[in-house]
Design a protein around this ligand. Structure first.
Ligand code: GLU
Length: 308
């Protein structure tokens, strides 16, 4: 496995420089495009690592998965899906014009920004309390008590996040979003700034794919919750590239604009990848190359049929 990770990462290293850093959150421009790392956790719990696997980066959109899990555990599945849809979308993650149409009363899904802001608003607690719960759950899932958030990235997005603010206030005006909008946004910006490395991501993925042990969900068993998260990631996890990704890679995954990719392998396995240069869809350019090669080499694609 070490040789495979080494070879695949090195074969994709060129792509890292060709990607573009996310510039709409100014602090993310400080990332080093040379960084490229991976961790792969097997179903037996062994973790293989290569490259800058230890480099810290912020979760960004990957935090939407944690917030979604928490919102379901606190509110039950029915109440959450009354407020947010389970539909894939052909729009970029930060689009929200459709939300202004008279017959649209919920964001398409919890993995686009509007849906994620809504999901975060459903987490119970005042002020800092919501964020603390998201952080605690992230630590539990990643099996790392020392995880914290990056203050500089948080403040940078808070200062420049007009687009997220606009969609939140639009949702408030349509009575889709309730509660204190600024508090919700503050929690959302902070959860996006939670800092991890690829080992944490592989553990997070493994926690979900082992059936979210120790968590309880109202109205849905842990096994079905795992199916729900996997399905959500397969259909909406990789921005506008999700459909093509499912065909080419076929592994439930979530990416974030800081350049992380979290991929769920069966039975407690998981992959974390980091390389901050992004492609036109907002996915890590080298990360995508790596996971495509890895899926082909290790036959990870769920659609793959061994007997044909
Ligand atoms: N904090 C980012 C935003 O809300 C997350 C986006 C992403 O990673 O896709 O714009």
């Amino acid at each position: 496995m070490e040789e495979i990770l080494y070879r695949i990462v090195e074969n994709n290293r060129d792509l890292a420089q060709k990607g573009k850093l996310a510039d709409y959150i100014p602090a993310l421009l400080k990332a080093d495009k040379n960084h490229i790392g991976i961790s792969l956790k097997t179903e037996e719990g062994l973790v293989y690592k290569y490259g800058d696997y230890n480099q810290g980066f912020t979760l960004q959109s990957i935090s939407k998965v944690v917030a979604f899990i928490l919102a379901i555990s606190e509110n039950g599945m029915e109440d959450v899906f009354k407020k947010v849809g389970l539909d894939s979308t052909d729009e970029p993650f930060n689009a929200f014009t459709k939300l202004d149409l008279p017959n649209v009363n919920k964001p398409a899904n919890p993995m686009i920004n509007s849906g994620a802001i809504l999901t975060t608003s459903l987490i119970k607690g005042d002020g800092e309390e919501k964020f603390k719960k998201i952080l605690e759950l992230t630590r539990l899932m990643a099996n790392n008590e020392s995880i914290t958030f990056n203050e500089e990235v948080y403040l940078s997005e808070k200062l420049t996040g007009s687009r997220n603010r606009a969609m939140a206030y639009l949702m408030e005006s349509k009575r889709i979003l309730s509660g204190n909008v600024e508090d919700t946004l503050d929690t959302y910006f902070k959860q996006c700034a939670i800092e991890v490395n690829t080992v944490d991501l592989a553990n997070l993925a493994g926690f979900i794919s082992s059936g979210l042990p120790g968590l309880e969900f109202e109205g849905i068993s842990n096994k079905d919750m795992m199916l729900l998260v996997k399905g959500l990631l397969l259909t909406c996890g990789m921005y506008n590239y999700s459909a093509k990704y499912t065909i080419e890679v076929g592994v439930p995954s979530k990416s974030g604009v800081s350049g992380g990719i979290m991929a769920l392998l069966p039975r407690g396995g998981g992959i974390g990848i980091y390389s901050p240069g992004l492609d036109e869809n907002g996915n890590s350019k080298a990360g995508l190359g790596i996971i495509k090669d890895l899926s082909r080499e290790l036959k990870l694609n769920l659609l793959y049929d061994n007997s044909i």
